[in-house]
Ligand binder design. Structure first.
Ligand SMILES: C[S@@+](CC[C@H](N)C(=O)[O-])C[C@H]1O[C@@H](n2cnc3c(N)ncnc32)[C@H](O)[C@@H]1O
Length: 188
């Protein structure tokens, strides 16, 4: 019997298709643009981290990073990347369903989410920030066939109304029909 949840199987198949030696994707624009809001150290969480581009970016900035994804293959590819970049010991990749097992309250100084949306999880992400902690969120507003995964206009500031808004903008449609919203918020 296969106990792998269907969503994990879907993503495992996608990541298995990617070539092993494929370069790591760029970190999310929201992190690069909002870099000034990053603390110099502390605990960070990359939610639904995929191959970990955001986690490794945060680690290089001096944070201790937990990186969670439901896909075993994504996590294996992070472990492989760490084996060839031995200085990146401050990243702990882990297979974890973040919907079933959200982060604990008051646990992280930084949380980053890119290209993943589960609306009921958002309040738990806010709760998981320590006081003064910063959330970096970026995901699609257009371009995906499943509209459930698309943000509505101004939805990120509404989902995180309990955070102080540091940065919020929405990109125009690109030439392939995609657009994204970006939000950086601080817990007071
Ligand atoms: C579009 S990818 C984004 C990956 C990465 N954040 C990035 O920006 O490159 C969405 C990711 O969400 C993960 N995912 C989907 N459902 C999940 C869940 N319930 N818990 C943890 N990860 C999940 C998938 O395995 C996949 O890696």
């Amino acid at each position: 019997m296969n106990d792998t949840p269907p969503i994990a199987s879907k993503w495992n198949a996608r990541y298995a298709y990617a070539k092993r030696d494929q370069a790591l994707p760029e970190p999310a624009s929201v992190l690069v643009t909002g870099e000034a809001y990053l603390p110099d150290n502390g605990r960070a969480l990359d939610v639904a981290c995929g191959r970990g581009a955001n986690a490794f970016y945060l680690a290089r900035k001096g944070l201790s990073v937990h990186a969670w994804d439901i896909s075993q293959i994504a996590v294996d590819s992070m472990l492989e990347y760490q084996r060839t970049h031995l200085q990146l010991t401050n990243v702990i990749p882990q297979v974890r369903d973040v919907v079933e097992h959200p982060p604990e309250p008051d646990a992280f100084d930084v949380i980053v989410v890119s290209r993943f949306l589960d609306r009921p999880l958002c309040a738990k992400l806010s709760a998981s920030l320590k006081s003064g902690g910063v959330l970096f969120y970026q995901t699609f507003t257009a371009g995906l066939s499943n509209r459930d995964y698309l943000l509505r206009p101004n939805e990120l500031p509404e989902l995180f109304a309990d955070l102080e808004s540091c940065l919020s903008y929405e990109s125009p449609l690109d030439e392939r029909g995609f657009s994204e919203a970006y939000f950086v918020g601080r817990k007071l």
